[in-house]
Structure formats: structure tokens, C-alpha cells
Design a protein around this ligand. Structure first.
Ligand SMILES: Cc1cc2nc3c(=O)[nH]c(=O)nc-3n(C[C@H](O)[C@H](O)[C@H](O)COP(=O)(O)OP(=O)(O)OC[C@H]3O[C@@H](n4cnc5c(N)ncnc54)[C@H](O)[C@@H]3O)c2cc1C
Ligand code: FES
Ligand code: FES
Length: 1375
């Protein structure tokens, strides 16, 4: 493997030799890079630690991220999405303002930052703040030691966001820190340990930090019920806080003096950079800017590039010329005029936020209504990085349909101050401007200089509303600005303005409705009339883009209702005599959802008293790569340096779901410079398929395609840019084929299934139905899920040039499979193909089958051309091609008694498998074997079929069928409880396994720990008390409801086959006494390598620091099965243990001869005596069998038990929900590493919570996936972590067959996320009951804001127009 040394770096960008606008001849920039490895202030003018890179021909199309990663080989900054949505690429940018003499440090997304825009700025990357080679920064140290890294791929971005905040606020509040991380996604940790890291930088951590009346949030508990752990519980720290490096702001890198001098002294002139296709013009005075605009009227004025950048990248928009004003003071004005504030168009949204926050402190409240409203939206608009990059002018002029600020600016009567060479003029920011009517718009040669935002007046009220899929860093589904102005004290509407975003192609102003309401008093009749007028004027067609049409219509009137209540309430406080108050319970419509500071507790297990102090088993050892993750030194596949002369491979995928390929024209693509070849099905003749399970998977499909996203051909070029450009030029003519099957229902109708049906039956279901009191039948749909591993699919194939050997570096969970499929495709024996994996940036089941297919094609290209070939998928491609968790349709029929006992259950599972088999049948098998979760159903039948559809084939995802099967069963139980008039927890308890019992497949189960988890969870969560408190809250609040639910877990662990569970390890002892461990497991964030070193350390009785692990390779451990099924540490740990014991046994005579010796002495002595210092270890797999004929067997080795109780609060008017508190109790056997195990439980829980509540895949009726990145698909962010999260492990229990009695925890926690689903269900139920809606409540997963709102039926949902299904083509379909 090739590695490139990373230097800690601080980068200065100095552009020189610019040309004037009149002569934009090719110019070049000199970019100076100063490498500063020392942990002290940079000495001005000291060049001793600087290296200069002369960059001629700076290409304006180049963004900072590829420049850092590919050109400068600074790979600490990661690619996660390329569109500003994930934060993996966060860097700190610092700029010096020579007028104010101030330095501004701000976080930015390198993926959207053009390098040309960085003139005079200093860029600090993760390497720049600390490294293991110099000294690590306290942020890097603490995130690692607080266990805030798992796969580590998000960590550099997290580090840079925290670091930048600390540069500006050395003693931040927890709110500031969590806000700073709103734009950073992590798919592994569940964020809690990252919040813990943040707390260590806060003055007072863990609570509201206010002790009003001597009471702080921690003392209050929830709903007045004492919080967890109060009293005698302890919350041990899993990290040594007292040892942390102090944060010393005086030790930070200083702003480069060269840049300050340059800013102060250098004459300013327009700089021009010309690339192959694009010219970048940076004028520095207003005059030059206007001249440039005259010369290039069509050129965009790029400020933050957060709108132009994504359009160019994702929508194929191209601008040959870009004008980027640089440091033009007039664009940053802040003027307090008589009529309002005038704010420069060049101010960033973050600066705008700070300015408004200051203004509302200074001015009387009646003048600042619009500013308050803007500030509210600025708090949730995107993440901190985007807010710091995006400008006010860019935001306004972009006129995005979901702009948060434009509706407010429009209702606030703002004016835009424009300037051109012709002179100044003002235009109103009104409906015509927003609709881009030519007469109301900027002229091409005009620029927006500033915006005037008027002060509000007495009796004038302005409010902002928005609802998104997630509370933070998510574009609004609908947003709104509303303003009303009354006559002096008379409550009669004099002016009314209402504008909405998200309901049309741009912001929509409801001008006519507002006009008609002028002169009316502010009362319920007016409200009623207003709702009808608005629904009429802001009409959304049934098939409107974006879907969620009925939800959007409901939000239109729900927001108005909120505004009505808010204004009524204010009027009452202003004049209580004339204005009646609101009923108390209606006031809840106005309150924000429950918000408290994050805190949590953890009860871990203590190590036994007899354990040796140096034995690391059972201790919370930090992830061994934690520090490297945090410094950016951890190497992932795409961080490997180029193997010269390397080629890049880009896939061309099908755009049709079921079609014949009539022609494939490669000529234009092949004619592009740099294109080397295009691999098609023809090249792969005879090797174009590989059997993963029972049915061959096709590699490329050039004759017929069966899903959008199917791999058609692969372009190989000498650069990534060229390969991608050429891929777009491949012309494919399709002829659509029938039938087009996309949904589970369509598959059932067409009888389109993969071969094989799983069926499990115990007792006599049909007879039992005859004797039960009641029978219910129902169905529930469980949506799919995207893996969203932060590192996209990545591979680099290197032909060795000798004996046909080939090395495959690939981000996969299953090296053996990659080795075999590559060998088969290349017609080579496996011993010529070696697959190497250092670590993965997350996988969750998504890096096996499809990875193998892509690696095989990449290897084919590499072999054919005898050159290294790299293939890295972009986020959108990755989501399109690789698919994810299977959507399920569950149909159930339950027979039960009045007391809640379920005597008969008949369940059918249908999954949407997609076009090829992949792991669909295996997933369904697990769903069937785990269907009963924690319950004993004496008569049970479960049948399962995987549907073959024209969608990309779904695959394994953490939990493997259980999260879907479990939710179906729990939904049924919830419905049974409702029918019986019993609480769901009562019915759950009644039906739970008893201590010694039998599963439906007759495997014995001891459910003692299940019952204990359930009881402890009930007790620790104060379930009964809180239930009463929730009911009280609900009776007092009409528009907000709380819900509480507790769910048990029984998760069987095992592969169901002895052979699949075999594992091997190889342990070498070197003569200096150091040890190298290798095993078949893959490090994908779960910390398996850390655990393996703990095992070796215990077994060999040597310190962990003497043991090393380099990675996984088919060269050292052959034939290892895929890393998954929660078993990686279990199985490989037993193999490592075996190898170590073999070695120890061999060396025992030597050790006993010299018991006081060191490992170095013993190794040398062994060598001298010709005793081998290397051993393989082997574990043959757990005993397992399953006879599907008889429905009996022992497929699992053990069960993980647990329970989770969650409380939520919902807003019935918007569908928003807040996760208030979750308590989890788990039986994990004996924890090898409680920090890692807690991380697995929490990470899985949050991933499950995402699955069941906000993660929603959307497909078009033609089978095209719309949700192809973090901007469309929302995984949980830091705001989604329950404000209280308490984890508790049962005391260790004996489990003799497993590694030190431990249990594998990778997957089980996902299912516990459904406690949030059922808590929301409970809250919705409460709302419906209060509104007199008594029928059964059927809620599908995910329970999104849309579903919550539409289920809380009320007069507003009744009011909206409905569309007859079948009368229109919907924008998206439920697959
Ligand atoms: C990940 C992400 C999340 C986001 N989330 C949200 C969100 O939650 N809510 C929301 O409302 N928005 C959101 N946005 C959109 C964001 O607010 C806009 O992209 C941003 O405000 C545009 O500003 P900019 O300076 O980057 O514009 P640029 O991309 O630099 O320019 C955009 C346009 O404005 C024009 N322009 C800029 N300045 C001037 C000027 N002075 N005179 C004339 N024309 C000018 C340019 O010609 C160009 O056409 C998000 C964007 C991203 C990438
Ligand atoms: S890679 Fe830049 S934000 Fe995702
Ligand atoms: S640790 Fe955050 S994405 Fe893996």
C-alpha cells in the first residue's frame, strides 16, 4: 500500500499577476503554502517551515476540496456529498479586513469554495491545527478520548467546526457548540459523545447553566417527574477529563502576517483567471465591478457560491465567465437609516444574524418585528458553514422556491438598492421581483448593492414560520412570512401581507387574499375567510413537484392559524380590555417544542475484582484510530496517493427503469481528450455475471436494463473530471418495455417474486382463530433506508505488472467476495488477486455485493490497460446505484382475548427487493426468524416473499430484516391494545416470553434478562409517573401533545450456519517483543481492531501499546466471511484468542525459565531455540442449524435483550416532533469495551430513529430516485438526539460460548429506534382522541412531519381541497 506523508498545514493563498478586465489573457496565480508543523506562533517572515507551490493556470472551475485532496495531498478534509450538505469538508477560512483591522474566522464547506475566491484568505485544514507528528489540538484530543469517533470519516469536519467556533468564542455555551455542528452529519456515533466533547469546552457543562430560583434544568426532570439517575445513580465518565490538554487561545496559529501586509499595502486591481472553459474576474472596486457587469452581463456575481455552485455541479448549468467581487466595502454596509436598516448585499447570512441580534437589543421591540422574524429563520437556515459563506444578496437574487428569507423580506416591504453604470435605482422586493418579471427584476448589467429592511411600527406584527423534514439544516417544506398592521388600537386590519415558500416555483405572495381582508377585524370569522381565500389563491396542483401536496396545503392554513393566535395574544397583552385572551390550552400552538439542554447518564459494568489491573478487557478504551481520525491522518481508500499513471473510472447508468437498449453511441465520449476506453458488456462477454447467493448478478447491462441506476458501461479516462464529462456524453437510446413494476403492490399483482418463500409456523393458527375473543386484520408499510455511510463507494485497483498479480484497495465489508468476483472477471486464480482494506468510512451492510460488482469492472479496466484505476462514487451516484434497506409491506391477522393475550398471529411479509437478488432472500429469512421479537405467540404463522421490481436491488442494512419485521409486529400489538382498551405496554407485558421458553422454531430461550431489561427500563424511566404527567400535559395543551412508549427487544445473533461463522487470525511476535495481529474482520467504525488488540493484550499479558493491527487483507487471512451480523468481534476475537493461546503455550517453557524477562527477551530466546513466533488462530463457528422443512432448529447462538422508552412532543399544527428523552436498558453480556459498546447501542438507536421517523426515500412514477444527497434525504442530525439519553447495561451475565461472555451489539439497537415511532403514535393518538376521532390509527413508517400532521386531523385538514386518487399523476410513489 502506498502512503503519502501528511504535513500539518496552514495555507495562504496569494494570487498575483492578474490581468485587467480589458485583457483577460491567461494569467496565473501563485499560491504559497506554509507548512507549519510546530505548535507555536508562526514567526512573521520566517520562511524556515514554508514550502512554496507555484500554481500556474489556476482553473476557476476547481473547488478547494479537490485542490486540497488531489493537488496538495492534504486528505484530512473529506468528501461526503460535494453539495454543502454533510460538513465532512469543513475548513476554517480567515480573512483580514484592513479597514476594521479585524480578522474574521469562519467555517466553510471546501466542496463549494472555488479556489479563486480565496484571494488573501488563510485556509486552515484539520492538518493545520495539530497532528500526531507535532502536537494534537485539544479539540482533536477530546473528540477522540470522549469516544466521539467511530469510522472517523466525519471527524475532521466536526473538529474544524468546533475549532472555528472556539477561535471566535473560547468559552462557548453548549447551544453555540451544537449550533455550530448543525451542518455536520455523522452516521455512526449518534452524536451523544460529540456533544460530550463539546461540553468539555463549556464553562458549565451538561445543563441549562442558569439557576433561576435556584433550580436548573437537571433539577426539574421532565414533566415535573424526577430525571434519571437522580438520587443514588452515578454517571461515570468514560474518559479522563482531568488529563485533557487545556485550551489555550494564545497558542493558536496566528493570521499570516504576509496576508495582513498584502491587504494593507498592495495596490488593488481586478484579477482575472482563465481556465480551459471558464474565466474568473475578481473586481475590487465598485466601478470595476460595474464595468465587468457591462462587459459580461450574463455572468453571475458569485459571492458564497452556495447557489451557483450546486447548480453547476448538479444541474449541469455552465457559466463561461464568473464575476466575483472581492472586498468591495460598499457591499458590506450596515446603515441605520430613518426608515430602517440598510444592509450590504455582500454580508454573509452569519454576519446578518449577528447584526440583527445586536439591533434587536438596541431598538424598541415594536421597531424590530421583521428583524425578530428574520433572526428566527436564520437560526435554522442551513448549517453554520453555509450561513457563513452565503450572502444576503446571493440569497435574495437566487430566489429559491424554498428561500427562508425572501417571504419575510417581501412581507416586510423591503427595497433593493441597485446600481449599474447608468446609475442607482430602487426596486421593491415584491411578488413581481420574486417571479422574475422583467420589469421588476435586476437588469443584466445591474448589481444589488444593499437591501433596505424597514422598521416595524406600533400595531404592526411580523412572524416567520417553517416546517422541514428535520428541525435544523433542512430546506423548508413550506415556510412563510406574515405581517399585519392595525389601525391605532382598533384591531382592524389596515395592511396584511402573507408570502409562502415551497408552494410554487418561487416565493408566492397571497396578494389578493390579503387585499380582500383589509378593513376586517382580527377575529375568528376573519380567520375562517382568510383560510379559504388563501387555499384558493395559493393553489397547489395535485402532482406538484416535491409532492406532499395535501400536507403543504394544510401548512398554508396552519401557519396562518398560528399567526392569528400569536397576534391575538400580543393584542391582548397590549390592550387586555378590548382583546379577549386565548383559551389556555390553545396557547400551546405558539410555544416552541420542548427544549432543554442535552444531558445523559450511563451505567456501565464494573470489571471483576479479580481482574489484573493491566488487563484491558472491560475497560472503556478509546478507538485506536481515534486520534488519527481527529487529525485527519487516518487513511481511507481515496486518501491513497495516485499510482502514476493512474486512470479514473466513471459509470454510465441507465435512466430508464425497464427498457431495451436500442443503441449505445460512445463516439462522442471517446473523442474527448483524456478518454482512454469505455468498458461495455461486450468486453465482459462470458464473465459478465457472478453468483452471490443463488442467482447470478449482472455486472453491466448493455442490451436490456431493468432499473434506473443500473450500470451500463464504464468510462476510463486520465482524470476524474474527464471521465465524468465523457460519461455524460454517452448517448443511449432506449425502448421502454412492459411491465414496469415499481411498488410492492404492483409486484404482488404481477406475481413478480424472487424464487423461494420463507414460511415458519408453530402451533395451530387456524384452530386458534376459532377460539379467540376478537380478530383484527391490518397492514403497515415500512419504508426503505439509505445506508448513508459517510465515505462513498471507493476502490483503487493496481495491476502489479508481474505474474498477472493485482491488488485491490477497496472500501468493502467482504474482501473475500471482492477477491473472488475480480478473479472470476479477470479469469485469474484467486491467488493472483489480493484485496486490502485499511478501514471503512462506515458501511452498515452497504459495502458488499454492489461494491464487488464495481470493483470487478474497475479491475477489468485496470487489467486491460495495465494501469491503476480508481473509482470513487459521488454521493448522488452512490445513492442511485447501491440502494439500501428493503421497504416492507406487512399484513397481519391477530386473534386475541379481551385481556390482551394474542393467541394467534398470521403475518405476511413482502419486501421490495429491486431488480436483482442480492441479499433479499437472506434478509427475508431473518425477518421471519425474528418476527415474534420478544413475544410468545403460541400459534404463529409467518410467510415472506421478496418482490422483484424495476428498482435498484436492495441489500443488507444494519438489522437485516429485523427492523422491518419487528415494526410490523409491534404495530399489530399496538392495535390489539387499542381494540382491548388496554395500554400497549400492558399487552406487551402479557405476551412477553416467560423466563424459560421456546421460540417458534423451538430453540430454547432463557428470557430472564429480557424481563429484567423491561422492568428496569420501566423503573429507570419512571414510566408510570411520566405517563400520568404526559396525560396531564395533553389535557392542558390542545395543539401540542406528548407521547410515551416502551418497546422490548430480543435480537437473536448468529449466521444460522456453522461454516459462515468461521473466522481466522494470524499473530506474529517480532524479536523486539512487538506483536502484529491480523484477522478477517473489517474495521468500519465499530472498533473491532481495538477490541482485537484488547484480546491479544489479555491473552499474551502484554500492554496494548505493544500490539499493532495494520488492516485486513486476503493475503494474510483467506476466505473470511463478510463483516456483519453483529458478529465481527465475537468470531474474530475467538480466532485471535486461539492464536495468542497457541503462542503462549509454545512460549510457556521459555517464559517460565525467565519469568521476570520481557517480551523482547522471550522472543529472542524462542528464536534462538527455533520456536515459531507466528501462529494462526481459528474459530470454526457457532453450532447452528435450521430445518425449514420442519420449521425447527437452533439458528442462533444467543439473544441480545433490551428495552427502550422514549418520550416525544409533537406540534399538531405542523407535524414537527421533538425527541425529549430516551432510556435504554440492554443486556450485553460482559462488555469487552463499554465505550465502544455504548457507541454501538446509541449509534444504532439514532440510525433506527432516523429510519422510523425522518428518512424518506422518494421515487418518481418512472422509478427514478429523487433523494440523492443530504439535501433531499435527511438522516438524523445533532438536533435530533433526545435531549436526555440514558443508557444502562445489565450487570454481566455468563454466556460461556462467546468471547469472554460478551455479546455482539452492532445491529440490535436499530430496532429500539421504533420506541420513538410509537411515542409519536401515542401523541398522535392523544390528539385524535381529543378531537373525537376514535377509529383505529394506522401509521406507516417513517412517521414524518407530513404523516404526523395529516393524522392530527382537525378543521384545517378538513378545509383543504383533496384530489381523487387516480385523477392525476403524483410526483412520487410509495414503493
Ligand atoms: C447545503 C445548503 C443548505 C441550504 N439550506 C437553506 C435553508 O435552509 N434555507 C434557505 O433559505 N436557503 C438554504 N440554502 C440556500 C442558500 O441560502 C443560498 O444558496 C444562498 O443564500 C445563496 O447565496 P450565495 O452568496 O452563496 O449566492 P451565490 O451562489 O454566490 O449567487 C447566487 C446568485 O445571486 C446572484 N448575486 C449574488 N450577489 C449578487 C449581487 N450583489 N448583485 C446581483 N446579483 C447577485 C448571482 O449572480 C447568482 O445568480 C441552502 C444552500 C445549501 C447549499
Ligand atoms: S462534502 Fe462538502 S459538505 Fe459534504
Ligand atoms: S464517525 Fe461520524 S460518520 Fe462515522
Amino acid at each position: 500500500m502506498l502512503f503519502f506523508p501528511i504535513q500539518a498545514t496552514h495555507i495562504l493563498f496569494l494570487h498575483e499577476n492578474g490581468a485587467s478586465v480589458d485583457s483577460p489573457s491567461p494569467s496565473y496565480a501563485i499560491i504559497k503554502i506554509s507548512f507549519s508543523c510546530k505548535w507555536h506562533k508562526l514567526k512573521p517572515k520566517s520562511d524556515s517551515n514554508k514550502i512554496q507551490v507555484i500554481e500556474k493556470n489556476v482553473d476557476p472551475e476547481t473547488m478547494l476540496l479537490p485542490y486540497l485532496r488531489k493537488k496538495l495531498r492534504l486528505t484530512g478534509t473529506k468528501y461526503g456529498c460535494g453539495g454543502g450538505g454533510c460538513g465532512a469538508c469543513t475548513v476554517m477560512i480567515s480573512r483580514y479586513n484592513p479597514i476594521t483591522k479585524k480578522i474574521r474566522h469562519y467555517p466553510a464547506n471546501a466542496c463549494l469554495t472555488p479556489i479563486c475566491s480565496l484571494h488573501g484568505a488563510a485556509v486552515t485544514t484539520v492538518e493545520g491545527i495539530g497532528s500526531t507528528k507535532a502536537r494534537i489540538h485539544p479539540v482533536q484530543e477530546r473528540i477522540a478520548k470522549c469516544h466521539g469517533t467511530q469510522c472517523g470519516f466525519c471527524t475532521p469536519g466536526m473538529v474544524m467546526s468546533i475549532y472555528t467556533l472556539l477561535r471566535n468564542h473560547p468559552e462557548p455555551t453548549l447551544d453555540q457548540l451544537t449550533d455550530a455542528l448543525a451542518g455536520n452529519l455523522c452516521r455512526c456515533t449518534g452524536y451523544r459523545p460529540i456533544i460530550d466533547t463539546c461540553k468539555t469546552f463549556c464553562k458549565t457543562s451538561g445543563c441549562c447553566q442558569s439557576k433561576e430560583n435556584g433550580v436548573c434544568c437537571l433539577d426539574q426532570g421532565v414533566n415535573g417527574v424526577p430525571g434519571f439517575g437522580e438520587g443514588n445513580e452515578t454517571s461515570p465518565n468514560l474518559f479522563p477529563e482531568e488529563e485533557f490538554l487545556p485550551l489555550d487561545p494564545t497558542q493558536e496559529l496566528i493570521f499570516p502576517p504576509e496576508l495582513m501586509i498584502m491587504a494593507e499595502k498592495q495596490p488593488q486591481r481586478t484579477r482575472v483567471f482563465s481556465g480551459d472553459r471558464m474565466t474568473w474576474i475578481s473586481p475590487v472596486t465598485l466601478k470595476e465591478l460595474l464595468e465587468a457587469k457591462v462587459k459580461y452581463p450574463q455572468a453571475p456575481v458569485v459571492m458564497g457560491n452556495t447557489s451557483v455552485g450546486p447548480d453547476m455541479k448538479f444541474k449541469g448549468v455552465f457559466h463561461p465567465v464568473i464575476i466575483s467581487p472581492d472586498r468591495i466595502e460598499e457591499l458590506s454596509v450596515v446603515n441605520y437609516a430613518d426608515n430602517g436598516l440598510t444592509l450590504g448585499a455582500g454580508l454573509s447570512l452569519a454576519q446578518l444574524k449577528d447584526i440583527l441580534a445586536e439591533v434587536i437589543q438596541k431598538l424598541p421591540e415594536e421597531k424590530t418585528q421583521t428583524y425578530h422574524a428574520l433572526l428566527k429563520h436564520l437560526g435554522t437556515l442551513a448549517g453554520s458553514q453555509i450561513r457563513n459563506m452565503a450572502s444576503l444578496g446571493g440569497h435574495i437574487v437566487s430566489r429559491h422556491l424554498d428561500s427562508d428569507l425572501n417571504p419575510l423580506l417581501a412581507v416586510g416591504n423591503c427595497t433593493l438598492n441597485l446600481l449599474s453604470k447608468e446609475g442607482e435605482r430602487q426596486i421593491p422586493l415584491n411578488e413581481q421581483f420574486l417571479k422574475k418579471c422583467p420589469r421588476a427584476d435586476l437588469k443584466p448589467e445591474e448589481i444589488l448593492v444593499s437591501v433596505n429592511i424597514p422598521y416595524s411600527r406600533k400595531w404592526e406584527f411580523v412572524s416567520a414560520f417553517r416546517q422541514a423534514q428535520r428541525q435544523q439544516n433542512a430546506l423548508a417544506i413550506v415556510n412563510s412570512g406574515m405581517r399585519v398592521f392595525f389601525g391605532e388600537g382598533d384591531g382592524v386590519i389596515r395592511e396584511l401581507s402573507i408570502a409562502y415558500g415551497g408552494v410554487g416555483p418561487t416565493t408566492v405572495c397571497a396578494k389578493n387574499s390579503c387585499q380582500k381582508l383589509i378593513g376586517r377585524p382580527w377575529n375568528e370569522e376573519m380567520l375562517d375567510a382568510a383560510c379559504r381565500l388563501l387555499l384558493d389563491e395559493v393553489s397547489l396542483p395535485a402532482g406538484a413537484p416535491g409532492g406532499q401536496v395535501e400536507f403543504k396545503r394544510t401548512l398554508i392554513v396552519s401557519f396562518l392559524f398560528k399567526f392569528y393566535l400569536k397576534v391575538s395574544q400580543t393584542l391582548k397583552t397590549m390592550d387586555p380590555v378590548h382583546y379577549p385572551g386565548l383559551a389556555d390550552k390553545y396557547e400551546s400552538a405558539l410555544e416552541d417544542l420542548h427544549s432543554r439542554h442535552d444531558w445523559g447518564t450511563f451505567r456501565l459494568q464494573n470489571v471483576g475484582p479479580k481482574q489484573l489491573p493491566q488487563d484491558p478487557i472491560g475497560h472503556p478504551i478509546m478507538h485506536l484510530s481515534g486520534i488519527n481520525h481527529a487529525t485527519g491522518e487516518a487513511i481511507y481508500c481515496d486518501d491513497m496517493p495516485a499510482v502514476d499513471p493512474e486512470l479514473f473510472l466513471a459509470f454510465v447508468t441507465s435512466s430508464r427503469a425497464h427498457a431495451k437498449i436500442v443503441s449505445l453511441d460512445l463516439s462522442e465520449a471517446l473523442s474527448l481528450p483524456g478518454v482512454v476506453d469505455i468498458v461495455t458488456e461486450e468486453h465482459l462477454r462470458g464473465v459478465n455475471s457472478f453468483c452471490f447467493v443463488t442467482e447470478p448478478e449482472k455486472l453491466l447491462g448493455t442490451e436490456e436494463v431493468s432499473c434506473v441506476g443500473q450500470l451500463v458501461c464504464a468510462v476510463i479516462a486520465d482524470s476524474e473530471v474527464q471521465a465524468k464529462r465523457a460519461a455524460k456524453r454517452v448517448k443511449i437510446v432506449y425502448q421502454d418495455l412492459e411491465p414496469l413494476i415499481l411498488t410492492i403492490e404492483e409486484a404482488i399483482q404481477h406475481n413478480s417474486f424472487f424464487e423461494g418463500e420463507w414460511k415458519l409456523e408453530c402451533g395451530n393458527v387456524d384452530e386458534a382463530f376459532k377460539v379467540v375473543d376478537q380478530i383484527l386484520e391490518g397492514e403497515v408499510h415500512v419504508g426503505g433506508q439509505e445506508h448513508f455511510y459517510m465515505e462513498t463507494q471507493s476502490m483503487l485497483v493496481v495491476p502489479k505488472g508481474e505474474d498477472q498479480e493485482i491488488d485491490v484497495y477497496v472500501s468493502t465489508q467482504f474482501p473475500k467476495y471482492v477477491q473472488l468476483i475480480v478473479a472470476s472477471t479477470l479469469k485469474l486464480p484467486a491467488n493472483k488477486v489480493m484485496c486490502h482494506v485499511k478501514r471503512l468510512g462506515g458501511a452498515f451492510g452497504g459495502k458488499s455485493v454492489k461494491t464487488g460488482i464495481m470493483a470487478a469492472i474497475t479491475a477489468f479496466a485496470a487489467n486491460k490497460h495495465g494501469r491503476a484505476v480508481r473509482c470513487i462514487l459521488e454521493r448522488g451516484e452512490d445513492m442511485l446505484i447501491t440502494a439500501g434497506r428493503h421497504p416492507y409491506l406487512g399484513k397481519y391477522k391477530a386473534g386475541f382475548m379481551k385481556d390482551g393475550r394474542i393467541l394467534a398471529l398470521d403475518v405476511e411479509h413482502y419486501s421490495n427487493g429491486g431488480t436483482s437478488l442480492d441479499e433479499s432472500l437472506l434478509v427475508m429469512e431473518q425477518g421471519v426468524l425474528k418476527v415474534e421479537n420478544a413475544y410468545k405467540f403460541p400459534n404463529l404463522r409467518c410467510r415472506a416473499r421478496a418482490c422483484r421490481t424495476n428498482l435498484p436491488s436492495n441489500t443488507a442494512l444494519r438489522g437485516f430484516g429485523f427492523p422491518q419485521a419487528g415494526l410490523i409486529t409491534e404495530s399489530c400489538i399496538t392495535e390489539v391494545a387499542a381494540r382491548c382498551g388496554l395500554s400497549p405496554e400492558k399487552v406487551r407485558t402479557i405476551n412477553m416470553y416467560s423466563e424459560i421458553d421456546q421460540t417458534p422454531y423451538k430453540q430454547e430461550i432463557n428470557a430472564k434478562n429480557l424481563i429484567q431489561c423491561w422492568k428496569e427500563c420501566m423503573a429507570k424511566s419512571s414510566y408510570s409517573l411520566r405517563k400520568v404527567a404526559v396525560e396531564k400535559f395533553n389535557s392542558e395543551n390542545y395543539w401540542k401533545k406528548k407521547g410515551l412508549a416502551i418497546i422490548p427487544l430480543k435480537f437473536p445473533v448468529g449466521f444460522g450456519s456453522v461454516a459462515l461463522g468461521q473466522a481466522a487470525a494470524l499473530v506474529h511476535i517480532y524479536l523486539d517483543g512487538s506483536v502484529l495481529v491480523t484477522h478477517g474482520g473489517i474495521e468500519m467504525g465499530q472498533g473491532v481492531h481495538t477490541k482485537m488488540i484488547q484480546v491479544a493484550s489479555r491473552e499474551l499479558r502484554m500492554p496494548m501499546s505493544s500490539v499493532h493491527l495494520r488492516g485486513t487483507s486476503t493475503e494474510t487471512v483467506p476466505n473470511a466471511y463478510t463483516s456483519g451480523a453483529s458478529l465481527v468481534a465475537d468470531l474474530n476475537g475467538l480466532a485471535v484468542k486461539d492464536a495468542c493461546q497457541t503462542l503462549l503455550k509454545r512460549l510457556e517453557p521459555i517464559i517460565s525459565k525467565n519469568p521476570r524477562g520481557t517480551w523482547k527477551d522471550w522472543a529472542q530466546a524462542a528464536f534462538d531455540e527455533s520456536i515459531s513466533l507466528s501462529a494462526t488462530g481459528y474459530f470454526r463457528g457457532y453450532e447452528a442449524n435450521m430445518n425449514w422443512e420442519t420449521g425447527e432448529g437452533h439458528p442462533f447462538e444467543y439473544f441480545v435483550f433490551g428495552a427502550a422508552c422514549s418520550e416525544v412532543e409533537i406540534d399538531c399544527l405542523t407535524g414537527a416532533h421533538k425527541n425529549i428523552r430516551t432510556d435504554i436498558v440492554m443486556d450485553i453480556g460482559y462488555s469487552i469495551n463499554p465505550a465502544l459498546d455504548r457507541g454501538q447501542v446509541e449509534g444504532a438507536f439514532i440510525q433506527g430513529m432516523g429510519l422510523y421517523t425522518i428518512e424518506e426515500l422518494k421515487y418518481s412514477p418512472q422509478g427514478v430516485l429523487y433523494t440523492r444527497g443530504p439535501n433531499q434525504y435527511k438522516i438524523p442530525a445533532i438536533c435530533d438526539v433526545p435531549t436526555e439519553l440514558h443508557i444502562s447495561f445489565l450487570p454481566p451475565s455468563q454466556n460461556s460460548n462467546t468471547l469472554y461472555s460478551s455479546k455482539g451489539l452492532g445491529e440490535s439497537g436499530v430496532f429500539l429506534g421504533c420506541s420513538v415511532f410509537f411515542a409519536i403514535h401515542d401523541a398522535v393518538n392523544a390528539a385524535r382522541q381529543e378531537r373525537g376521532l376514535c377509529g383505529p390509527l394506522k401509521l406507516n413508517s417513517p412517521l414524518t412531519p407530513e404523516k404526523i400532521r395529516m393524522a392530527c386531523e382537525d378543521k384545517f385538514t378538513e378545509m383543504i381541497p383533496r384530489d381523487e386518487p387516480g385523477s392525476y399523476v403524483p410526483w412520487n410513489i410509495l414503493i
